[in-house]
Design a protein around this ligand. Structure first.
Ligand code: C2E
Ligand code: CA
Ligand code: CA
Ligand code: CA
Length: 279
């Protein structure tokens, strides 16, 4: 038993060393990727369930690695957060999204709000405000055209610090959404204090909405809550007609998901929107 314990320990440390190596490699790759500008944004349309029109798009970062191809954020965002690279990456994402907003509005794509995901660390960085001011001025971003998505946990992490910051962003004309709503622990009393525009129901509740009565009840309650608080609501991860119909019947405003479209490269957006709005 003693020697097997020793072996376990050896195995454990080797495994750990391997993981640390992998992480350090990922960190180096990420650093280079930022310098080499290997990231791009894809956009996923959000549809108004009343009118059927596209009212917004969520910007989702992709890493176009020269060998690995298109890498999705679940493979790198956590590492980026842990080693603080999420700050420069997040700055790039904001700059690129604002540049795209102004390009699209010059091309006639109006009244479509672009949502950008903001990490907890970014929300705490003082430089965020200067950056947003500069971007809004340079690209003449009108109030309501840029939305920041902040997860429940990022807000609740330190509400005394985040709430005033969110108010400052709101005053600048930036719309604010709570992302992955229902997965964190936001108390409803805080929700009232936050300067929010919308709640986004997490995909995990939409997934089994037809078969799991608990998930269906959570969606219905969130929709009712948003209505009571006067907030907009987006259901994420809608893949089927049946999910859509359930959400619509409960009074859900808008939805996003593969049912309408996967996230698309920026170049495909204008064509998608004009095809969609004509139908
Ligand atoms: P999220 O903010 O919850 O984004 C929604 C994710 O669900 C996206 O994954 C999207 O592609 C996926 N999705 C949308 N509709 C459907 C659907 O109908 N079915 C399924 N199965 N999935 C759907 P993605 O693009 O891989 O992003 C994953 C997460 O990475 C995001 O989750 C977000 O937390 C984070 N992320 C993405 N871009 C950024 C960014 O620019 N900055 C930061 N800080 N985080 C980002
Ligand atoms: Ca999001
Ligand atoms: Ca989400
Ligand atoms: Ca999510």
């Amino acid at each position: 038993a003693k020697s097997s314990g020793k072996n376990n320990f050896k195995f454990f440390t080797e495994k750990m060393r391997e993981q640390i190596n992998e992480r350090m490699q990922m960190e180096n790759h990420l650093r280079q990727a930022i310098l080499r500008n290997e990231f791009e944004l894809h956009y996923q349309p959000q549809v108004d369930l009343g009118t059927g029109r596209i009212i917004g798009m969520e910007a989702l970062v992709r890493w176009n690695h020269p060998e690995w191809g298109m890498v999705h954020p679940e493979k790198f965002i956590r590492v980026a957060e842990e080693c603080n690279l999420v700050i420069p990456l997040g700055e790039w994402v904001l700059c690129e999204a604002c540049r795209q907003i102004s390009q699209w509005s010059r091309q006639g794509l109006e009244a479509v709000c672009i949502s950008v995901n903001i990490s907890a660390r970014q929300l705490k960085s003082r430089y965020l405000f200067t950056l947003i001011d500069n971007l809004m001025m340079t690209h003449q971003i009108k109030p309501g055209m840029l939305e920041l998505e902040i997860t429940e946990s990022a807000v609740m992490d330190d509400p005394e610090q985040t709430i005033p910051r969110m108010k400052e962003l709101k005053n600048k004309g930036v719309a604010l959404a709570i992302d992955d709503f229902g997965t964190g622990y936001s108390s409803l009393s805080y929700l009232k204090l936050l300067p929010l525009t919308r709640l986004k129901i997490d995909r995990s509740f939409v997934k089994d909405i037809e078969t799991d009565p608990n998930d269906a009840a959570i969606c219905a309650a969130t929709i009712a809550l948003a209505r009571t608080l006067g907030l907009g609501l987006v259901a994420e991860g809608v893949e089927t007609e049946a999910q859509l119909e359930y959400l619509r019947a409960q009074g859900c405003d808008s939805a996003q998901g593969y049912y309408f479209s996967k996230p698309l490269p920026a170049n495909n957006i204008m064509a998608f929107v004009s095809r969609h709005q004509q139908e």
